[in-house]
Structure formats: structure tokens, C-alpha cells
Ligand binder design. Structure first.
Ligand code: MG
Length: 162
């Protein structure tokens, strides 16, 4: 029999910034004059992480499991999506080894919120905070992110599967 193997997955997401929405990143409500547009709470960081975990399982993406046409997910907290990704890992008798993510946002300064984002995502995935990496960078004022029209996030996940 083959030994357990580590599978990696990648996730990427973008949401537009608009007025009149809360800015929710990694489950943290970040004070800002705009928020991300989307069907759920539009938590771009959790969405990228969710896709990374699903990718490690070889599953379809977040839009397949949680279509933005389904009223159940309207305004839904994105931790529910991480809960489900984690459940799928357990169903496969796997274990999340680690997750690492980068948020790309021109504004606001996110360093004060990074720790709480890790706490929230570790909790949603049922892992230790030491298994979650979160970094934030600006886009050096270039492109749609630099013009503050939107934010992006990318993530990788390693999952050990039998
Ligand atoms: Mg999304």
C-alpha cells in the first residue's frame, strides 16, 4: 500500500470594491470606506483559501459547491465555505498540513488584522493557527488593485491524503 501523500492546491480570487459594503477579510470586519462586492460576505481571502483546499482534494471550485445564484449563500459568512472544505478533507480521511495565503490590497493597512484572520481561518478549518500563513501586500499602485477598484487573494494548501 502507498504511504499517505501530500497533495497541494492553489486558490485565487478577486472581488470589486464598492461603497456601502462592509470590508470582510479572513472573517475580520476591517474599517474602511469601501467593501467587497459579492453574493456572500465576499471574503476574498477565505474564498482563495477555500479553493486551495478544494484544489488539493482535486475537487471542483467554490462556485460549484456554493453557487452565487443560491439564495442560501446570500450574505453568508465565508467561514461556512471553509467549514465545508474541511469536512470534505475529513470525509477523505485527510489532514490539512498547512495553508498559506497572500492578500493583495492597496488600502487599508492590514497588518493589525492579520493575527485575527489567522485565528478565524484556523478555527473555520479546524486546525492550529501555526498551520495558517497570511501575508498582505500592496500592488504598488499598479492596475485595478493599485487603483483601489478591487482586491485579490491567492492561497496554497497542503493536504495529506491516505
Ligand atoms: Mg469569491
Amino acid at each position: 500500500m502507498l504511504p499517505p501523500m501530500v497533495h497541494v492546491g492553489i486558490g485565487y480570487d478577486v472581488h470589486a470594491l464598492v461603497e456601502g459594503r462592509k470590508l470582510i477579510l479572513g472573517g475580520v470586519v476591517v474599517p474602511h470606506d469601501k467593501g467587497l462586492e459579492g453574493h456572500s460576505d465576499a471574503d476574498v481571502l477565505m474564498h482563495a483559501v477555500c479553493d486551495a483546499v478544494l484544489g488539493a482534494l482535486g475537487e471542483a471550485d467554490i462556485g460549484h459547491f456554493f453557487p452565487n445564484t443560491d439564495p442560501r449563500w446570500q450574505g453568508a459568512p465565508s467561514r461556512l465555505f471553509l467549514n465545508e472544505a474541511s469536512r470534505l478533507v475529513s470525509f477523505r480521511e485527510g489532514k490539512i498540513v498547512n495553508v498559506d495565503a497572500t492578500l493583495v490590497a492597496q488600502q487599508p493597512k492590514l497588518s493589525p488584522y492579520i493575527h485575527q484572520m489567522k485565528v478565524n481561518m484556523a478555527s473555520a478549518l479546524g486546525v492550529n493557527i501555526s498551520q495558517i500563513g497570511v501575508k498582505a501586500t500592496t500592488n504598488e499602485r499598479l492596475g485595478f488593485i493599485g487603483r483601489e477598484e478591487g482586491m485579490a487573494a491567492m492561497a496554497v494548501a497542503a493536504v495529506e491524503l491516505p
